[in-house]
Write a protein that binds this ligand. Structure first.
Ligand code: AMP
Length: 432
C-alpha cells in the first residue's frame, strides 16, 4: 500500500518523502486509518516496527486540520513516554514529520533544569512529549494547562507501568478533558495494560503486529554458554570480527556496565555506557557517539536503553542474560529494525539455564547454542585489569570508526592464534 493511499495532509506526505519512506510499515498501515477516523486505539508492537510514526502521522494530520481553523490555543496533544531518551527520540520523529507544519513542539523530562521547560510552556506550545514524573511536578506548580487537550498518547505503556509511573499517569489523566482521543502503545498486552485501557479509553480498536511477544523475525538469535569469569574475554574475542561494527551490549547492573566498558577500552575498543548514574548530558553524548560511529560499542542497562532508536545496530549482546523474557524481547528489538538483519547473542552461565528455558517457552522456540571458534573456554580468570588503575594501559591505537578492532594485547582468557581472518569465523554468520 503506498503512503498516498492513507490520505494524509500533503505537507505530512512531503515530510514522509523527505524521510525516504516508501510505504507504511504493517503497524502504520493498520493503525493510521482508525486513528484518522477518530478512534481510540491500542497498538501492540515493539520498538522498531515504526510505531512512533504510526501514532504521530495521523495526530499531525488531525492537528493540521485544527491549525487551518485558526491559531491553536493551549496544548492539543500530550505524548507520555517512560524515559528521557525515548522522549527526545519521539521529538526528533515529530519534528521530522511536522517540519512543513506550523506546530510548536516541546519536551519535558527530569534530570535537567526546569526553567527552559517552563519558559517553553509560557511561550505557547501545541504538542508536548513528556516523562510522567517531571510533567506531574510542573503541573503541580501550575505551569501546565491541559484543558484544551484533544490527543493523549501513552507510549511503551507496559514499561511505564513497570517503572512505577501508574500513580502519576492516573493523576495526569484526571486533569485532562474527558472528550479526547487516547492512543496506547505497548510491546505486550498484559492484564495491567487491559485494566489501563478500560480506565482511560473508549471502545479502543486493537492493532497487533506480529505474534505477541515474538522477537522480530529478521534477528538471528544465538546462545553462547560460557563460564561467568570468561564473559568479558568472550565479548572481546567476538569483537575481533569486523562485522560487529555497531554493538549494543546489555548488562544487568550499572557498575558492571562500567566494568565491561573499561575492560573493552583497555583493549582498544572504543566504548560508551548508558545507565541512570550518568548525567543527562553524558547519556546524550554516549548515544550521539554511538550513532556517529565514534564509539563501536555501547554498554547499557535495560532501563537506560529502553526505546532508543539507533539505525544500523549490527549486534545486540546480552552480556548478562535478562531475568524477564519481556526484557529479552525488548533488548533484541534494538537490532533487526526496519528490515535490517541483525544478530542477538546471549551469554549464558550455569545460573542462567532456568531463565533461558523460560525464555524459550515464552517465545515458543529454541535458540541455537554456539561455541566461539578459537576461544579458550578452559582459561583461568582474566588478569586483574579493568578495575585496577595500575594495570591500565595507555590508550594508544584506538582509532575511532566502525571497523576498528582490538589493538592492545589480549587478556589471558583470549586465545589468539592466527589473526582476525582466522577468528572471524567465530562470530555468528549472518542471515541464518
Ligand atoms: P520506531 O518503531 O517508531 O522506533 O521506528 C523504527 C525505525 O523505523 C525508525 O528509525 C523510523 O525512522 C523507521 N521508520 C518508520 N516508519 C518507516 C517507514 N514507513 N519506512 C521506513 N522506515 C520507517
Amino acid at each position: 500500500m503506498p503512503f498516498r493511499a492513507l490520505g494524509l495532509d500533503a505537507r505530512i506526505y512531503q515530510a514522509i518523502q523527505d524521510a525516504g519512506y516508501t510505504e507504511p510499515t504493517p503497524i502504520q498501515a493498520a493503525a493510521i486509518p482508525p486513528i484518522l477516523a477518530g478512534n481510540d486505539l491500542i497498538g501492540i508492537a515493539q520498538t522498531g516496527t515504526g510505531k512512533t510514526a504510526a501514532f504521530t502521522l495521523p495526530i499531525l494530520d488531525l492537528l493540521s486540520k485544527l491549525v487551518g481553523q485558526g491559531p491553536l490555543r493551549g496544548i492539543k496533544c500530550l505524548i507520555l513516554a517512560p524515559t528521557r531518551e525515548l522522549v527526545v527520540q519521539i521529538k526528533e520523529n515529530v519534528e521530522a514529520y511536522a517540519k512543513h507544519l506550523p506546530l510548536r513542539v516541546t519536551t519535558i523530562f527530569g534530570g535537567v533544569s526546569e526553567r527552559p521547560q517552563i519558559q517553553a510552556l509560557r511561550n505557547g506550545v501545541d504538542l508536548v512529549i513528556a516523562t510522567p514524573g517531571r510533567l506531574m511536578d510542573l503541573m503541580q506548580q501550575r505551569h501546565v494547562n491541559l484543558n484544551a487537550l484533544e490527543f493523549l498518547v501513552l507510549d511503551e505503556a507496559d514499561r511505564m507501568l513497570d517503572m512505577g509511573f501508574l500513580p502519576n499517569i492516573k493523576r495526569i489523566v484526571k486533569a485532562l478533558p474527558v472528550k479526547r482521543q487516547t492512543l496506547m502503545f505497548s510491546a505486550t498486552l498484559s492484564k495491567d495494560i487491559e485494566a489501563l485501557t478500560h480506565e482511560f479509553q473508549r471502545n479502543p480498536k486493537v492493532v497487533q503486529i506480529g505474534k505477541r511477544s515474538n522477537p522480530a523475525d529478521t534477528v538471528t538469535q544465538l546462545v553462547y554458554e560460557v563460564p561467568k569469569h570468561l564473559k568479558p574475554s568472550l565479548l572481546l574475542h567476538l569483537l575481533v570480527d569486523p562485522s560487529f561494527n555497531m554493538v549494543l551490549v546489555f548488562s544487568k547492573m550499572k557498575h558492571s556496565a562500567d566494568r565491561v566498558a573499561r575492560y573493552l577500552e583497555k583493549y582498544g575498543v572504543k566504548t560508551a555506557t548508558l545507565h541512570s548514574n550518568r548525567s543527562q548530558n553524558q547519556r546524550l553524548k554516549a548515544l550521539t557517539d554511538f550513532k556517529s560511529g565514534a564509539v563501536r560499542v555501547l554498554v547499557a542497562t535495560d532501563i537506560a536503553a529502553r526505546g532508543i532508536d539507533v539505525d544500523g545496530i549490527s549486534h545486540v549482546v546480552n552480556f548478562d542474560f535478562p531475568a524477564q523474557p519481556e526484557d529479552y524481547v525488548h533488548r533484541i528489538g534494538r537490532t533487526g529494525r526496519a528490515q535490517a538483519i541483525g544478530d542477538a547473542l546471549s551469554f549464558i552461565t550455569s545460573e542462567d539455564q532456568g531463565s533461558l528455558r523460560a525464555l524459550e517457552r515464552f517465545i515458543g522456540r529454541g535458540i541455537v547454542r554456539k561455541r566461539a571458534d578459537g576461544f579458550d573456554y578452559s582459561a583461568s580468570p582474566p588478569p586483574p585489569g579493568p578495575d585496577d588503575e595500575r594495570e591500565r594501559r595507555p590508550r594508544q591505537g584506538q582509532g575511532g570508526g566502525r571497523n576498528q578492532s582490538r589493538s592492545n594485547s589480549a587478556p589471558r582468557g583470549f586465545s589468539g592464534g592466527g589473526g582476525g581472518q582466522n577468528r572471524r569465523s567465530s562470530g555468528p554468520s549472518r542471515g541464518r
